[in-house]
Design a protein around this ligand. Sequence first.
Ligand SMILES: [Zn+2]
Length: 708
Amino acid sequence: MSKRIALFTLLLVVSLVPVVAQQQALPAAAPLADNPLLREWTTPFGVPPFSEIKTEHFVPAIREAIAQQRKEVDAIANSPQPPTFANTVEALENAGDLLGKVNPVFSNMQSSNTNAELQAVNREVAPLLSALRDDIRLNPKLWERIKTVWDARAALKLPPVQAKLLEENYKSFVRGGANLKPDQKERFRAINAELSTLGIKFGDNLLKETNSFQLVIDKAEDLAGLPPSVVAAGADAAKEAGKPGQWVYTLAAPSIWPFVQYADNRELRKQILTAYTTRGDRNDQYDTKVIVAQTAALRAERAQLLGYKSYAAFVLEENMAKTPDKVYALLNQLWKPAREMALREAADQQTLIRSLGATFTLEPWDWRYYQEKVKKARYDLDEQALRPYFKIDSVQQGAFYVANKLYGLTITPRPDLPVYHPDVKAFEVKDKDGSHLGIFYSDYHPRAGKRVGAWSSTFRGTRVKDGKRVTPVVVNVCNFSKPTGDAPALLSLEEVETLFHEFGHGLNSLLSKVPYRGLGSFPRDFVEVPSQIMENWALEPEVLQVYAKHFKTGEVIPAALVDKIKKSAQFDQGFITVEYLAASILDMDWHTLPPGPAKDTTAFENASLAKIQLPRDIVSRYRSTYFNHIFGPGGGYASGYYAYIWSEVLDQDAFQAFREKGLFDQATARGFRTILEKGGTEEAMTLYKAFRGREPSVEPLLMKRGLK
Ligand SMILES: [Zn+2]
């Protein structure tokens, strides 16, 4: 089943504009000179010296980095010189180098390799970072200087990239509360601090809820229906959990989804899926319903302070979509045909259930199980038969091959580089001319300290410093199937697509040529274009030939199997689209709320899903209580979850250009690379039109999903 469980682009961009923390004298016992985070990194390519970094280094290093940034910012704000682009906007852009070096290490570890101590560190430093951000945006002297430069912009005749940086800076101050009255500023700051704490609490609770559940099986007959690899994975997990001789299934993606897809035991399917869908909703100490409702209410209040009707209106102004109406229009356009398709899929399953002599009505824990059986009958395609061709290292090589054919990149292992966990692999990425482009880390398997989902992030983003390009250090973090028994890790089709997807984000970071950190990112609803477009190459027969080889025999995936994948591509799209759209609409509903008292989370969610008539046998891909994208730390996708399908309109239209001109057509590749290189230095639609020669069409998306 090609179900994207949790594609997650995490732009762990550290707030580059530093916030000043209350300076505190550091204990003499912790000399900063001994702190590896604060020293110059003499590792190859200046990657973080992971093996030297200990948990206790983070708090003093982050405090020191915050203090430094505060000092740099104060110097800009208090400068006796008249404000200019260089001494104000550019100087601010260049402030906070130390925090920009230290904080990504911390926030990446917090996401992918955390523990109780690191979570405590996070609770300590997050409010300091939130305060630093506010102290900068709400600094009246600094704001006065920015405004002076902004008001003089016409006369300055800045080159386009600098003009864009000035505009982004100006907007970020306005949006960061610079124009508020003093009493409003105080409330604004309090809301930010509270939101930061709520986000962290949500994330910590969700990790607890996800890790606390185990489905323990001690009778072999309860494994009926499971493919041998899923049984073996359950046995491995049991050993790890200290329950040798039994089988354990968890809420991690590679564990729960194959179980729900294949287990004949309907009661056990119900148990594990219910555990998944009630995370944060068990009225216990880790319940997140109040956090969710408070977060939405505070966001609405903050948006109103800034003069917006809703939080969504505030966020979307900066996206391609611009307004909530535009987002709802796309979601509603897709909803009706997707829902009708899902109802047909459900009817097919119900027919199958009856034909097998059962009388029960299809429930959420039946969907993946019977859908798999319908698929097998209709296309004779067994998902498990594909796995032997998708050895994880080969799939990664396939992604590298595409980058080579498109852009001439070569990517080679660098086992000599330090890593933060034994699962992590390091690579050097070189451009066509052999010059060093950046470092790429992959971290592909689940563990207790890793959030669920998959994302791409950076330890160091690119920019130009002292006339030279700073080379990026990029990481892809996923939760893919582990090796089982003697076999290497063998991926599902969906995991293959996710690997290519996250690598697409990685390529975006690696190829970027933006001169300023502040122009590093695309709008949220364009950011999935570089990643989603890569998924297309993964399943092209020409590319499969290269990487999809049987892990034992080396035999290339048979053409007949490739043909079945192609033919079944639209199968299940009703379900996939409906569960995704339901979550997107739920997100929009939460964030178009006017300010007011916190809602009852359950009632609000039920009303949202009833309004669209979500079929009773489908659960929204994320329910509010575990919707980490929008309520987790940072909440980067709040009123932005629609971005995946908005981006898909663009990436399908963009890939159409390769279909027309050739899968690896060099002129088309060059054009697409220009988009990746320019990043936030120009409007996304301007970049897109330069590539395609016109605005995107929604047709290729409708065709792909079978919605037309
Ligand atoms: Zn993504």
